[in-house]
Design a protein around this ligand. Structure first.
Ligand code: SF4
Length: 409
């Protein structure tokens, strides 16, 4: 199957997934990232998934069925990859919705592969091995660094397009390194990151006082441009600097909460040891990422995970771990502390957990940090883009007022 099949994977983070695709390829898998977007995908999703199902599931399933019907793939030589978070939230069950949709569309022969680290589903033809995991994690830390640096320079660059050109150059170089089985050991990552930061240091910029906006929310809607109606581009066009918390923090949160579950409710000793090993491994990677920019006065460096974790403590219990859980609240507090007090909280409509840990926390946050200027924005099949943009523009109007009146960015 590995030789003949094409694996289809929903695109989420543009920079990260371009590198991760290469990781799968280096292990002999042929992967295609699904990038189709637009109303046709939503309509396709609505045909197979109930409209009160999580919006991310509706979009991902719609995108997959749309691709299968497009004629681009041999439906007898294709498999679908579906990420599963493994938590108590509905994301762990998307895979069953997809299988049901395939059956209704008359394509039940297509295998569905679960991508998870919690042993939820076993796949006969596909296995996440330790070397593959190692490379995928390296791809994530590289992606986080490129996203962090480019977001902080792009709005101020003197030569338009230079930042994106540097990002593309590094994505290609990292992919080439992975091809030649280099670039993912601890030492190599440190060295490559040093070079990446040096490349970004050479980009000429002209600093201006512009609104600084953070983006938090449900993981898919937060990162996927198709799902959030190109939120980052919209904010850039409105003259803002954007900060999006990295993907590694979410992975640490997922592993950490599994460890807490075992402590509270019991579980196998083997699983506990394996999770702790992975947790420490991720912390080590985070350390490399943190060190890459912390002493460079040019960039704002996000806090390490353990510090971030403490930031939500005055507001919410760490027991709140459905969806993005307390992490979402912690990210909002951190953004305010990093002087990104303007925040868009991107939430799929009907996503109960994130309405509690996101929208539900806003009042308390603004009591503690009056400079916070947060707008929750719902994303669902019926929401109009204009409505979402108007809500964001109102938030930006306040941001611009604060900028001139109190010099708050
Ligand atoms: S976090 Fe929200 S959107 Fe995601 S699976 Fe849970 S309920 Fe659905």
């Amino acid at each position: 199957m590995k030789k003949d099949y094409t694996l289809l994977f929903p695109d989420m983070c543009e920079i990260h997934f371009r590198i991760i695709k290469k990781v799968f390829a280096s292990f002999g898998y042929k992967v295609d990232l699904l990038k189709d977007s637009g109303r046709a995908i939503v309509e396709e999703g609505l045909k197979y998934v109930h409209n009160d199902t999580c919006y991310p599931a509706l979009l991902i399933i719609g995108q997959m069925i749309h691709a299968l019907k497009s004629g681009r793939y041999d439906v007898n030589k294709v498999a679908l990859m579906m990420p599963q978070t493994g938590g108590g939230c509905r994301a762990s069950n998307y895979i069953h919705l997809l299988r049901k949709a395939l059956k209704s569309a008359g394509m039940s022969q297509i295998p569905v592969i679960s991508v998870n680290m919690s042993g939820l589903e076993k796949n006969s033809g596909f296995k996440i091995t330790v070397p593959m995991l190692r490379r995928a994690l390296a791809a994530i830390v590289y992606g986080d660094l490129l996203m962090l640096l480019s977001n902080q320079l792009r709005p101020y660059e003197i030569n338009k397009g230079e930042t994106d050109a540097v990002v593309t150059k590094w994505v290609n170089s990292i992919c080439e390194m992975f091809d030649s089985k280099h670039g993912y050991s601890r030492r190599e990552i440190e060295m490559v990151m040093e070079k990446i930061v040096a490349s970004f240091d050479r980009i000429e910029i002209e600093k201006r006082e512009i609104p600084k906006v953070g983006i938090v929310g449900e993981i898919y809607v937060k990162y996927c441009a198709f799902a959030n109606n190109h939120l980052e581009s919209f904010l850039a066009a409105e003259g803002c600097e954007v900060m999006v918390p990295g993907l590694l923090g979410f992975l640490l949160y997922c592993v950490d909460t599994r460890i807490v579950d075992i402590k509270l409710y019991g579980g196998s000793l083997f699983k506990d040891k394996a999770l702790n090993k992975l947790y420490n491994f991720l912390l080590d990677f985070e350390n490399i990422l943190y060190n890459a920019t912390k002493d460079n006065g040019r960039y704002v460096t996000p806090s390490p995970y353990k510090k971030l974790r403490r930031m939500a403590d005055p507001l919410i219990s760490r027991g709140c771990k459905m969806g993005e859980g307390w992490l979402l609240t912690a990210e909002m507090v951190e953004l305010i502390k990093l002087e990104y007090p303007n925040i868009v909280c991107a939430q799929p409509f009907g996503c109960l957990p994130n309405h509690i840990v996101g929208k539900g926390m806003i009042r308390r946050i603004t009591e503690l940090w009056p400079e916070a200027n947060i707008v929750p924005v719902d994303y669902d099949p019926g929401a109009t883009e204009v409505n979402q943009e108007n809500r964001i523009k109102l938030m930006l109007a306040v941001a611009k007022e604060n900028l001139s009146e109190y010099n708050i960015r």
